[in-house]
Design a binder for this molecule. Structure first.
Ligand SMILES: NC(=O)c1ccc[n+]([C@@H]2O[C@H](COP(=O)([O-])OP(=O)(O)OC[C@H]3O[C@@H](n4cnc5c(N)ncnc54)[C@H](O)[C@@H]3O)[C@@H](O)[C@H]2O)c1
Length: 266
C-alpha cells in the first residue's frame, strides 16, 4: 500500500519537529514537506535520514506543488484556521492539534470539510493516556460522591487551573448528572489551600520546575479511594495519537472532534 503523504504546518516548532520525526519512522506514512513562518532554508532534512523535503514559509504554493493527502497543523490558532481553509479548499484532509480554536472555528472546519468532502480531526489532547483517563473518570464519577483533581504543570504555564482539569471536572459532572459532595472546611488558615471548586470538585494546581503535564483525579467513598493519574513525560506521548488521526482522517468526511471518538470511547 502507498504511504499516506503528509505536510507538516509548524514544522520547525517543538511539536512539528517531533511529529516530522515520528512520521519519518512510520512505514505507512511519508512527510513530503514542511511549512513554518520561521523557515529560512528551502528544505528540511528528515530526522534519522539524509532525505530532504521542501520547506517553505508559505503554505498555499507548497500545497500546490506537493499535493499531500493530509496537512498536520501544530501552530497558533490564527494560522491554524487559515491553514484549514487553504488546505480543505484544495481537497486536503487536516489534523489539527493547535490550542485555542473557538466554537466558530470548529463549526467552520466542519462546514468546510463537508463542502469539500474531506476529513478533519481536531483534538485538544493527543496523549492517549489522558484521553483514557477522562473516559475512566466519567465512569467512576457515577459511583463516587467525592472527587478532587490535582493538576501538576511546569512552572511557566500561564494559566491555572489547566483547561484539561476544568474539562475533566465538567465531563465528570455531566456523566454523573449532579454535583459532587464538597466537604466544607471550618477554618482555612491559609487562603486558597482547598483549591478552586466546580460543583463540588476541588481543583488544585501545582506549578513546579520539573513537571511537564500531569493530572490526578481522586475519588472518595466510605472506606476507600480511587486514584486515576496520567503523567506526560515528554512529547513522544502525543505521537501515537497524531499517527492514528492521520490514518483515520483520510477515511472520513466532516469534523471529528477529540481523540475519544477515534478510539471508540464515546
Ligand atoms: N493537541 C495536543 O495534544 C497538543 C500537544 C502539544 C501542543 N499542542 C499545541 O500545539 C501548538 C504548537 O505547540 P508547540 O509547542 O509546537 O509550539 P511552538 O511555538 O514550538 O511551535 C509552533 C510553530 O508554529 C510556527 N508558526 C506560527 N505561526 C505560523 C504561521 N502563521 N504559519 C506557519 N507557521 C507558523 C512557529 O514558527 C513555530 O515553529 C500549540 O497551540 C500547543 O498548545 C497541542
Amino acid at each position: 500500500m502507498e504511504p499516506i503523504t503528509v505536510l507538516v504546518h509548524g514544522a520547525l516548532g517543538k511539536m512539528g519537529r517531533e511529529i516530522t520525526a515520528a512520521i519519518s519512522r512510520a512505514p505507512d506514512l511519508e512527510v513530503i514537506g514542511g511549512v513554518d513562518i520561521k523557515a529560512t532554508q528551502n528544505h528540511l532534512t528528515l530526522p534519522g535520514t539524509s532525505k530532504k523535503v521542501p520547506l517553505s514559509p508559505e503554505l498555499s504554493s507548497l500545497l500546490d506543488t506537493c499535493h499531500p493527502q493530509v496537512l498536520v497543523d501544530f501552530t497558533i490558532a490564527e494560522a491554524s484556521i487559515a491553514a484549514a481553509r487553504t488546505a480543505m479548499s484544495r481537497g486536503i484532509n487536516i489534523v489539527i492539534g493547535t490550542s485555542g480554536l473557538s466554537q466558530d472555528n470548529l463549526d467552520e472546519i466542519h462546514h468546510l470539510a463537508k463542502t469539500n468532502q474531506v476529513g478533519a480531526v481536531v483534538a485538544p489532547n493527543f496523549a492517549l493516556g489522558s484521553v483514557v483517563l477522562l473516559h475512566l473518570a466519567k465512569i467512576a464519577a457515577k459511583f463516587f460522591d467525592y472527587a478532587e483533581i490535582i493538576e501538576l504543570h511546569h512552572h511557566e504555564k500561564a494559566d491555572a487551573p489547566s483547561g484539561t482539569a476544568l474539562a475533566t471536572a465538567r465531563e465528570m459532572l455531566k456523566a454523573r448528572g449532579k454535583p459532587f459532595v464538597y466537604p466544607l472546611t471550618k477554618k482555612e488558615t491559609l487562603s486558597g489551600t482547598r483549591g478552586g471548586q466546580v460543583d463540588g470538585v476541588a481543583i488544585h494546581s501545582v506549578r513546579l520546575l520539573g513537571y511537564m503535564a500531569s493530572q490526578e483525579v481522586i475519588f472518595g467513598a466510605p472506606g476507600q479511594t480511587l486514584i486515576l493519574r496520567h503523567d506526560t513525560i515528554n512529547r513522544e506521548c502525543y505521537m501515537p495519537g497524531v499517527i492514528l488521526a492521520i490514518k483515520e482522517v483520510v477515511k472520513r468526511e466532516g469534523l471529528v472532534y477529540g481523540l475519544d471518538t477515534l478510539l471508540n470511547l464515546r
